[in-house]
Structure formats: C-alpha cells, structure tokens
Ligand binder design. Structure first.
Ligand SMILES: [Zn+2]
Length: 350
C-alpha cells in the first residue's frame, strides 16, 4: 500500500516520483508518464513537431517539457518513440509525418542469425541516440531537480522484433529457444549501454519496454526468456527501472515482481486490484488509464473514474497505460493530475 505523509509536507515532482518508485511515503500520488504524452496539439503549441521532435534535441526537449509545464505531470519523458536505438543499430526507418509515429520497416530485417548481431561502435554517437542524450541534458539543465526526467532503453526482446522481424523472432523462440537466448544475450549490450548513457546525461529513471506482450507470448515465456535477464538489468543499471509490457499481463506479474525492477507500467487490460494483489508490494505499479477509449475518445469524467480506481487500489503512480494517441485531447490528460489532487483532498476532508 501507499502511505501518505501526514501532515502533508510539500515535495517536488522529482522527489514525489522517486519516492513512489521506492514505495516510500509521498505527499500525494504522482502523475507519471513512463511513455510519451506528446500530442499534435502540444506540438503546435511549442512548434516542435514529429518527425523532427524525434531527431532534433531542442525540439525533443521542448515537446517533452509540455508534459510538465502544460499537462501538470510530475515527470518529463522525452523518448516518444520505441525506435531511436533501432535506427542506430541500422534498421530501415519510416520517419512519417507530424501526425504519425515513426516505425522500423520490419519487412526489411537486418539480422537473421545470432552471428549477425553486431552492436555498432557508434551506438551512442549515432544522431538518433545522441539526440535523446542531448535532450535529457537540456531538460536537466532547464529544470534542475524540480521534475523527474525519465529516459528509455529498449529491452532485447523488443530489439529482436525490430532487427529480426516480429514473426521471424517469435518463430525462432518456438523452434530454437537456445538460439533465441543467445540472441537476447548479444542484444542486451545495447540496452545496457544506451541506459547507462542516459544516466550519465541526467536521467532519474528509465523505462525499459520489452514487448513480451500479453497477446503475443505467454507468462511462461516471460519466465523462461526474460526474468533472469531483467534481474541482470536491475543489477547492472543503477537507477530505478520501469518495465513496460502492453496487454493483459497478470499471468506474468508474479515473475515481474521477482525482478527487483522499481515499477511495472501496466495496461488497462489488467484490473488495478488484481494487479496489486499479484505484485504484493514488491514492485510499484504505474498506469493504467486506458488510451484508445478513455483518453482518446471519452471525456474527463471517465478519466477521473479510472484515476480514482487506481488510487483506491493503492497504485503508486498514475498515468496513461502506454504512449498516448497523438490526437488525444489535452483536457483529458490534464484531468489525470487534477483528479489525483481532488482524490487526496477528499480523503483529507473525511
Ligand atoms: Zn505499450
């Protein structure tokens, strides 16, 4: 459970997020986005649009800062996409326009065997990774210690999708688990190096997406291929890690809770209560406001209900379940921190 300091002393946004990631007392629950809250409306507001905001550090930092300055979240998360390091690894890219996400052309995979895997020397100086590092430096300089800056380093399972193609990678895991393990072992170097570089640049915490997604693989898969690797990341990467996996994941939360990760960024396909029961205070939960229906298509009243459901369950950090759709209305996003404040003042009044 979350405990709240009483009487509520005032914490900075950064202190609030970091305390909640450690399951320590907070003055109120932080509104936290481990993944993107960029929208086209915010891009217009600060004149920092996709695709440039994924490739130019000033624009990346400027767009990311709106999560704090305009929306009122307690965190700033500049890594909007999941493809920055895949671009540096040599994947073919589709950078798209301002209203769409950049993607890896997975129909043109770059690797097919473990021997093909080479982490290039310029992994951290490639323009699409150094952009992230520069943006984190800019944000740290501008905001000092007032707000949590969250970076992102992709796990090897996700990198496998990008570099081998989703189908090929999943088939390999069925046909030859040993070969798959070898691939993961070789790709993990990219996860660790990009993560460490973001720490050096000033990140407070890192989101680590590793898309062993509910609808693609089972909980047993997570245990077999990823649990040990994720424990290793916790040992080797010395700041709080927030694991992100989409979809229905209650069947693997027990294993996830064993990793020592600081938090699990969980999807709205999982109930707040059942998830809290599963992780039993070994890991914080963050999420799980629904994107495609609630944030994108419904109104602040529904957003508020979902925020309250998470707070009532004792979820430690509240925010969208995943990177939000770029057309999400700003008023729905602003409702998240507002609803958190109101929930706390209602409780204090009781
Ligand atoms: Zn996701």
């Amino acid at each position: 459970m979350v405990t709240f300091s009483d009487p509520p002393r005032s914490m900075t946004s950064r202190q609030r997020v970091l305390a909640a990631l450690r399951r320590e007392p907070v003055d109120r629950t932080p509104a936290c986005n481990p993944t993107s809250v960029a929208t086209v409306e915010l891009m217009d507001l600060v004149d920092a649009h996709f695709p440039e905001a994924n490739r130019n550090p000033e624009k990346m930092a400027r767009l990311a800062a709106t999560g704090y300055t305009e929306l009122g979240f307690d965190s700033i998360m500049p890594v909007f996409s999941i493809i920055q390091e895949s671009s540096a690894l040599g994947c073919k890219m589709q950078w798209e326009e301002k209203d769409n996400w950049p993607t890896v052309k997975m129909s043109q995979p770059i690797w097919s065997e473990p021997e093909d895997i080479k982490i290039p020397d310029n992994l951290l100086t490639h323009p699409d990774t150094s952009c992230v590092l520069d943006a984190i430096r800019l944000l740290r300089k501008e905001f000092g210690d007032e707000v949590a800056i969250i970076g992102k380093t992709m796990g090897p399972w996700s990198l496998g999708y990008h570099c081998f193609g989703v189908e090929k990678f999943l088939l390999m895991s069925l046909d030859d688990p040993g070969k798959t393990m070898l691939c993961l072992e070789k790709m993990k170097e990219a996860t660790i190096r990009f993560g460490q570089a973001q720490i050096d640049a000033g990140a407070d915490a890192l989101t680590l997406p590793d898309h062993a997604t509910g609808d693609l693989v089972s909980g047993e898969y997570y245990d077999r291929f990823l649990r040990e690797l994720h424990i290793e990341f916790v040992d080797l990467i010395p700041i709080p890690l927030i694991l992100h996996i989409c979809g229905r994941t209650v069947d693997r939360m027990e294993y996830i809770a064993q990793t020592g990760m600081s938090a699990f960024h969980y999807d709205s396909k999982n109930g707040a209560d059942e998830s809290m029961d599963e992780v039993k205070d070994r890991i914080s939960l963050v999420g799980n406001i629904n994107n495609p229906e609630t944030l994108y298509a419904k109104g602040p009243e529904t957003v508020r209900q979902e925020v309250y459901k998470n707070l009532d369950a004792g979820v430690q950090l509240v925010g969208p379940e995943c990177a939000i759709p770029l057309q999400t209305p700003i008023e729905n996003l602003k409702e998240i921190p507002q609803a958190i404040r109101d929930w706390h003042s209602e409780r204090r009044a009781e």
